[in-house]
Design a protein around this ligand. Structure first.
Ligand code: 3PG
Ligand code: MG
Length: 397
């Protein structure tokens, strides 16, 4: 760990501007998944324990530089208070007099949440003047928003250059887990990459084939690889225009030391619908009028064997159309096996990315993974081997 953490900082009596990611899903005014809110609690508690005043900076949704009342962070306040077990003050702006007055009024032991940073155009532009307006409100900057660290915004990047800065506990946990999974992993390493499209994961695949020993490709994107090998995938979701790219990736893997594992058998149906009539066939036997919606049981046996032979697993994306039954079976079975190995201490299993967490939760497997990232896009960019601007800007220890 090369970045400063809360342990390196003197916070007594200091205002600690703490960037968090509480960009949680909300339906009808209710937070439907509080995970991101719950995961910042250790950071807030540790700042309080060190005598600091946590002042939370966060974005919510994409208001694009304007005040959009339906995108106010107030909606998250009750969830935050429940998670922290204390009341949280709120200011209607993240800069200017409203913020300054709320900070001045914050008692020792209190926590303050400032309104959506993206209500200001300077946030996403990483405008230095806007970063300076935020910075002048506090003494120390703590970034606990790993899942927003792929954004070079004023509250994630610019401000870190203006104040003594450090990583929060969640940021630390994410970076530590990711470093163990891909930075300095125990080998062999197996990666599972699934999801609908190859086009969104090209860089990720390119990076992984150089770093992992086995790469399991699943979901709709596997069809693109199968078709590139000359296999008829019928009416399956498939990016035929990426056949050359898929062949290049396979050739590179073959020339190196990475084994790519594609489906051996597949579950096919005529409609994309829950409980649509379906059958399991060999991978080269998809009927012309059917589509592949999941990997079959033989494939799962191969995947599980790869897990058993590995020390480290990185998982991003489902193996099939996990949102409709029974096409979630390969994902569920493989995820549960990974969870059991991880729980038994035989596999370090790290997962992340939007759909992934939903799929692992649905499988009841997430709790037993070594680490499940709170990040979507940031996790992907990290898998691509990119430097995340919000991490790079933090002070080194
Ligand atoms: C996320 O939800 O992935 C992060 O909060 C970043 O949000 P954004 O994709 O709107 O930048
Ligand atoms: Mg996002």
């Amino acid at each position: 760990m090369v970045w400063k953490t809360l342990d390196d900082m003197d916070l007594d009596g200091k205002v600690v501007l703490t960037r968090v990611d509480i960009n949680v899903p909300v339906e009808d005014g209710n937070v439907t998944d509080a995970t991101r809110v719950e995961r910042i609690v250790p950071t807030v508690r540790d700042i309080l324990a060190k005598g600091g005043k946590p002042v939370l900076l966060a974005h919510f949704d994409r208001p694009k530089g304007k005040v959009v009342p339906s995108m106010s962070l107030r909606v998250v306040l009750p969830t935050l208070e429940a998670a922290l077990g204390q009341t949280v003050a709120f200011a209607d702006d993240c800069v200017g007099p409203a913020a300054a007055e709320a900070i001045a009024a914050l008692p020792s032991g209190g926590v303050l949440l400032l309104e959506n940073t993206r209500f200001h155009g300077g946030e996403e532009k990483n405008d230095p003047a806007f970063a300076a307006e935020m910075a002048k409100l506090g003494d120390v900057y703590c970034n606990d928003a790993f899942s927003a660290a792929h954004r070079a915004h004023a509250s994630t990047e610019g401000i870190a250059r203006l104040l003594p800065s450090c990583a929060g506990r969640l940021m630390q946990a994410e970076l530590t887990a990711l470093e163990k999974a891909l930075g300095q992993p125990e080998r062999p390493v197996v990666a599972v990459v699934g999801g609908a499209k190859v086009s969104t994961k090209l860089e990720l695949l390119g990076n992984l084939i150089e770093r992992v020993d086995t790469l399991v490709i699943g979901g709709g994107m596997a069809n693109t690889f199968l078709a590139a090998k000359g296999i008829d995938v019928g009416k399956s979701l498939c990016e035929h225009d990426l056949a050359d790219t898929a062949r290049e990736i396979m050739a590179k893997a073959e020339a190196g030391t990475c084994e790519i594992l594609l489906p051996l058998d597949v579950v096919v149906a005529r409609e994309f619908k829950a409980n649509a009539p379906h059958e399991t066939v060999a991978v080269d036997a998809c009927p012309p009028d059917a589509m592949i919606l999941d990997a079959g049981p033989e494939t799962v046996v191969k995947i599980v064997a790869a897990f058993r032979a590995s020390k480290t697993l990185v998982w991003n994306g489902p193996l099939g159309a996990f949102e409709i039954e029974p096409f979630n079976e390969a994902t569920n079975d493989a995820a549960r096996e990974a969870a059991a190995l991880s729980k038994g201490g035989r596999l370090l299993a790290v997962a992340g990315g939007g759909d992934t967490v939903a799929a692992l939760n649905a499988a009841g497997a997430a709790d037993d993974f070594t680490y499940v990232s709170t990040a979507g896009g940031a996790f992907l960019e990290w898998l691509e081997g990119k430097t995340l601007p919000g991490v790079a800007a933090l002070d080194q220890s």
